[in-house]
Design a protein around this ligand. Sequence first.
Ligand SMILES: Nc1ncnc2c1ncn2[C@@H]1O[C@H](COP(=O)(O)OP(=O)(O)OP(=O)(O)O)[C@@H](O)[C@H]1O
Ligand SMILES: C=C(C)CCOP(=O)(O)O
Length: 246
Amino acid sequence: MLKLGGSVVTDKERPETLDGPALERSAAAVASALAEGALEDGLVIVHGGGSFGHHHASEHGVTTTEGTDEIGAVTDIHGAMETLNRFVLSRLHEQDVPAVPVHPFSTAYRDEAGTLHLPTGQIDAMLEAGFVPVLYGDIVATAESGATIISGDELVTHLARALGADRVGLCSTVPGVLDEDGAVVDRITSFEDVDAILGESEATDVTGGMAGKVRTLLELEAPASIFGLESIDSFLAGDAVGTSIE
Ligand SMILES: Nc1ncnc2c1ncn2[C@@H]1O[C@H](COP(=O)(O)OP(=O)(O)OP(=O)(O)O)[C@@H](O)[C@H]1O
Ligand SMILES: C=C(C)CCOP(=O)(O)O
């Protein structure tokens, strides 16, 4: 599983603005890894919302817990994420990566307890066919709340469990989780280890930023890491990179 953070693929400070060079760098790294046979068991990509999803979600006051039943909010948020997904797919196709879209708004929902339901049989079939499924943080119908945001990080955790992922990597704009001196923390085994150093995202973010990431990944059985774009080739090659969350 590879998550491309929204802060990587977009300029999170400017609404609906891609970070073209970072997106191309990410696509090239995936293409190289596929060509070198480093991903024989398959690859699932999830990308974040960046300045597409977070911008519109913030404008409409929608978060992972604050829902909406306004069709304008749903179409603005999902529409922006579909647009970003098309840009991500096109960059992957330019590198001959057989990427295919899986749209969370149409395939997932939350129940009354807020539990995410997302079938993965179609993803298994896509992987068997040699495709690279690409999902993304989105808005999903939510029992008794209209629709709420699903973060890419939550999707990664759900999919890693359902698909039995060997490894999970979250690529962001920082080289890992940083301590108070700005050094990369090698390993995190409990949230209390780093609670004090986890701040907010620098830009608009409605899904919990780095603290949300660490909390989500700690729930995983599979080995997970948070790393910067400069380490994406090493992660895809199977090397230890950035901060390991265990
Ligand atoms: N201790 C920390 N170490 C590293 N980054 C931190 C820390 N505390 C807060 N941050 C912030 O968290 C940000 C990364 O979280 P963010 O959610 O923005 O990433 P992302 O996954 O790329 O975005 P998105 O949620 O849109 O996919 C960093 O850019 C940094 O500003
Ligand atoms: C805000 C939206 C729609 C997506 C949030 O996903 P994330 O950027 O992975 O947290």
